[in-house]
Design a protein around this ligand. Structure first.
Ligand code: PLP
Length: 373
């Protein structure tokens, strides 16, 4: 039985050609010409002035948080239902994540809860678009404006998505993308910080590079990391970016097909196909088990793996992470919708290389497991 992986990227465009150029010219480090070209083209693709490439999306969040000078005691409002990178970027700087619950249908942060969480220490809102639909940005922009808060937009999963026709990644003071292989655009590992603010862009460039100074170079005034991105990664990224529209259309077709095939299956809730601001781009195709299914997401993911289908459970909430609760943080906090998604949600193979035949097999095996119950 062939195993169907949860993700497989498509690398059959100009990736090889551009990579060979790196080898032939000897440009393999972060100094190579593809890096600047990829930064400029990514920025242009989301109507941003500046793109600063880094080694992954987590590093991009860290640079964004540090660039905004979020430090000891500063609060950043974010969804509890997200990846740990969001909370860690803040806590690494001594900041405090402050959580909101999720919408049970779009799986995105409850934007109506943001204002209630604002205190005198709130510095920023970290918006995270989850799994395929964008966060409702208009209320976020107005609350940020009302209280003078910064916005960090985590568009890691949102290549090619828009909100009311405006690209995700173009909102807020600073935005980020990831280029991990499960993203619509991959560079193997990689990430980018984007902004329209020249000073902030320059600060991000310094932060990704150990805070070397222009002159004297080897004198450092701030702690940071080496988060540089290589010409090899940029070569792959440029080839991928050329096909973004095609990739987004393919993902939408795949999402539609899964929905058609799974819609008669009882006991599961499928992703919302669209909301008032966008059509789903199905970064991943998520499924949430109904309460009458007597199995949690971890069990079903294990059962599907035994049947040759690679799946992943949804994110585990930030307020329930041992790395924080062991330090008595977020004690007695509860976010019922997010907690339910974390326990009942999982996503099925959704990569760009997935074939129609494989999708049929995936659906068949899910049906078998659910119908056996
Ligand atoms: C919403 C979100 N933010 C940040 C990241 C981190 O990106 P990376 O894996 O490139 O560090 C991810 C990764 O999947 C993500 O989904």
């Amino acid at each position: 039985m062939d195993f169907i992986p949860v993700n497989e990227p498509l690398l059959n465009g100009n990736e090889k050609k551009y990579l060979c150029e790196c080898i032939d010219t000897g440009w393999i480090s972060s100094e190579g010409p593809f890096v600047k070209e990829f930064e400029a083209k990514m920025a242009a693709s989301v109507n941003r002035k500046y793109g600063i490439s880094v080694c992954n999306g987590t590093a991009a969040l860290e640079v964004a948080v540090q660039a905004l000078r979020i430090s000891e005691g500063d609060e950043v409002i974010m969804p509890t239902f997200t990846i740990i990178s969001c909370a860690m970027a803040v806590t690494k700087q001594g900041g405090v994540p402050v959580f909101v619950d999720s919408d049970p249908d779009t799986w995105n942060m409850r934007v109506d809860e943001i204002e209630k969480k604002i205190t005198s220490r709130t510095k920023a809102i970290m918006v995270v678009h989850i799994y395929g639909l964008p966060v409702d940005m208009n209320p976020v922009l107005s609350v940020a404006n009302k209280y003078g808060l910064k916005i960090i937009e985590d568009a890691a999963e949102m290549h090619g998505q828009t909100y009311d026709g405006r690209p995700c990644g173009s909102f807020g003071d600073i935005s980020i993308f990831s280029f991990y292989p499960n993203k619509h655009i991959t560079t193997g590992e990689g990430g980018m910080v984007l902004t329209d603010d020249e000073e902030l862009a320059e600060r991000c460039r310094t932060l990704r590079n150990l805070c070397f100074q222009k002159d004297p170079r080897y004198v450092h005034e701030e702690i940071s990391d080496n988060y540089r991105f290589t010409n090899l990664q940029a070569a792959v990224g440029l080839a991928q970016l050329e096909r973004l529209d095609e990739f987004v259309s393919k993902k939408r077709r795949m999402g539609k097909r899964y929905t058609e095939m799974l819609s008669d299956l009882k006991g599961i809730k499928l992703p919302q196909t669209k909301d008032d601001h966008a059509d789903n781009i199905y970064w991943v195709y998520g499924i949430v088990l109904d309460d009458d299914i007597k199995m949690d997401n971890r069990t079903i993911v294990k059962k599907l793996a035994e049947k040759g289908v690679g799946c992943r459970t949804f994110f585990w909430c930030m307020h329930e992470q041992p790395v924080y609760t062991d330090k008595n943080m977020f004690e007695s906090e509860h976010y019922p919708a997010a907690e339910r998604l974390a326990r009942r949600g999982f996503y099925i193979p959704s990569g760009l290389a997935l074939t129609d035949e494989q999708m049929g097999i995936v659906v068949n095996r899910i049906e078998n497991i659910i119908n056996e119950l």
